[in-house]
Design a protein around this ligand. Structure first.
Ligand SMILES: [Zn+2]
Length: 203
């Protein structure tokens, strides 16, 4: 018999391994959701992560910003945009843009594929507790990307040093945020820990 502690009121209660599809288990004392059953969680997470990877590549390969220096128009991608922010002395902003718009989404996609691809084929990837905890940490910062995009757009407008190209890269990035949010809700944490438990039990 396994126990689960409520994250709201700390009540320890018995865990039922199987709950029906589309349902959730709630705390007997305070009613907080203990875990929920997400149908086709692994397949959905993998599909959304792959879609995210394609959108991430589009967002970084196609031009995001257009600069006009002495009558000459040049276009830059998200990453070279971050680099030019750095070169103009705005290193803190450059770092934030790089981490939130490039580093965090890519890490999230790669961690999802690393964890869920093997699970799909009935195997357990190495260091899954660390990988899964890292994924949760990154997902907690998900909405920062929206915030950073807003800052970037308004900064570009204020300084008039460049214009945002309303093209493929921008729309891919917006799509990426939507897809990553959907992927985060498709992840079934309970399922991952159960697989880990089963594996530990076998040894
Ligand atoms: Zn509770």
């Amino acid at each position: 018999m396994s126990l689960i502690a409520c994250h709201e009121c700390d009540l320890l209660q018995k865990r039922t391994d199987e709950i029906p599809p589309h349902s959730k288990a709630v705390c007997g004392r305070c009613g907080a959701v203990l875990y929920r059953h997400i149908p086709d969680s692994i397949d959905r997470t993998i599909a959304l992560a792959i879609a995210g990877l394609v959108l991430f590549i589009c967002a970084n390969v196609f031009p995001f910003l257009a600069f006009e220096v002495s009558g000459q128009a040049t276009q830059s991608t998200l990453i070279s945009g971050a680099a030019s922010l750095y070169l103009q002395g705005m290193w803190a902003l450059a770092f934030l843009v790089f981490v939130t718009c490039i580093g965090a989404p890519l890490m999230q996609i790669l961690l999802m594929l690393y964890i869920f691809m093997p699970l799909k084929f009935g195997r357990l990837p190495a260091h899954i507790p660390l990988a899964f905890r890292s994924l949760r940490e990154i997902q907690a910062w998900n909405m920062i990307e929206v915030f950073m995009l807003g800052i970037l757009v308004s900064l570009v407008k204020l300084t008039k040093m460049a214009t945002i190209i309303p093209g493929l890269a921008l729309w891919s990035f917006v799509g990426l945020i939507v897809v990553l949010t959907a992927a985060a809700t498709a992840v079934d944490a309970e399922l991952v820990w159960q697989k880990l438990d089963c594996n530990n039990g076998k040894r």
